[in-house]
Design a protein around this ligand. Structure first.
Ligand code: 5AD
Ligand code: FES
Length: 328
């Protein structure tokens, strides 16, 4: 693996090629998304995740519709034009409740993009959400290798179903985000190659790539985490394979390295997702240990990250930031 110092060096050919691929479509722009983590209840039990069902140590919370709307309003005032509504797989939020929330956001903020990240749902549910006005959906595939996928998830889950959800979302018309954790337990370079080939085949609009970070109350508590270097390598390769994709410099990357998000942008990422969730629930949405930005108010977070982006030589962009083709 490359020496870490080379990663910031513009002469590093891989990162240079990734940056050029990105700039061809998006220039130096970095798009902002306001993240609202509205429930940490989850019926799933993924072995790596801090909010998995079996973790009895988590204090569970749900924001109600009014609270979610007020996060959007605060975000709108701060300039955000994309809201990402993320939760565990929480059965409380039925299609009926969810479509009402989406519909309200759509009517209150007509020029904003609504991104959902609610996990695996039926074709009909995805259709309902789309009809209510959601534009985008994030659902990481986690691993495109069947055996590896099974080692990260309980037997109730399957890669086949995950892939089907992603293809369904695409067919319905969502801008779709797939993605994976780098350095997750049992992952080999061959698995990462499988991930890249799957990404090329699915051709998603967005790809979330962050390091795996062990969390204390999970099956993988004692496992090693992913490295900055390997994560940057995967970001760069993904960018080169899918030059028009929107790739976040993830919070997880910023968690394992204080300059991780900047490094991610230099390796080909072009999105950041500051948190708009109320500060009093931030700590409870802990998917992994030592998550950053849990104490900052949304306004502080926005300012901090905006400054970091400018200092790194990029242009903060607060437009909806749609996928390139959609702009045509
Ligand atoms: N480390 C890093 N990322 C994690 N996620 C869940 N648990 C962890 C962890 N321990 C990621 C998963 C999921 C996304 C919402 O967060 O990839 O799709
Ligand atoms: Fe599956 Fe959280 S329990 S991602």
């Amino acid at each position: 693996m490359e020496n870490i110092e080379n990663i910031k060096n513009p002469n590093n050919e891989l990162f240079l090629a990734a940056s050029q691929a990105k700039e061809k479509y998006y220039g130096k722009k970095v798009f902002f998304r306001g993240l609202i983590e509205f429930s940490n209840y989850c019926t799933n039990d993924c072995y790596y995740c801090g909010i998995r069902r079996s973790n009895k140590e988590v204090h569970r919370y749900r924001l109600n519709q009014e609270e979610i709307l007020s996060c959007c309003a605060k975000g709108f005032e701060l300039g955000f034009r994309t809201f990402v509504l993320q939760s565990g797989e929480d059965p409380y939020f039925t299609d009926q409740i969810m479509t009402k929330i989406i519909d309200d956001i759509r009517n209150s903020f007509p020029d904003c993009a609504i991104t959902l990240s609610l996990g695996e749902k039926s074709y009909a549910s995805y259709q309902n959400f789309f009809a209510a006005g959601a534009d985008r959906y994030l659902l990481r595939h986690e691993s495109a290798n069947e055996e590896h996928y099974q080692k990260l998830h309980p037997p109730t889950m399957s890669l086949k179903n995950r892939k089907e959800c992603l293809y369904n979302l695409k067919e319905i018309g969502f801008q779709v985000g797939a993605g994976l954790m780098v350095g997750s337990p049992f992952q080999t370079p061959e698995h990462l190659a499988d991930d890249l080939m799957f990404l090329k085949e699915l051709d998603p609009h967005m790809v979330g790539i962050g390091p795996f970070i062990p969390y204390k109350d999970t099956v993988f508590a004692g496992e090693k985490g992913g490295t900055v270097e390997a994560t940057l390598l995967m970001i760069a390769l993904t960018r080169i394979l899918l030059p028009k994709s929107l790739i976040p410099a993830t919070t997880a990357l910023g968690t394992i390295d204080p300059r991780g998000r900047e490094k991610g942008l230099h390796a080909g990422a072009n999105v950041v997702m500051p948190n708009l969730s109320p500060v009093n629930v931030r700590n409870d949405y802990a998917l992994y240990d030592n998550k950053i930005c849990t104490g900052e108010e949304a306004a502080e977070c926005r300012q901090c990250i905006e400054k970091r982006i400018s200092n790194a030589g990029f242009i903060p962009d607060f437009s909806r930031g749609d996928y390139y083709l959609v702009l045509q």
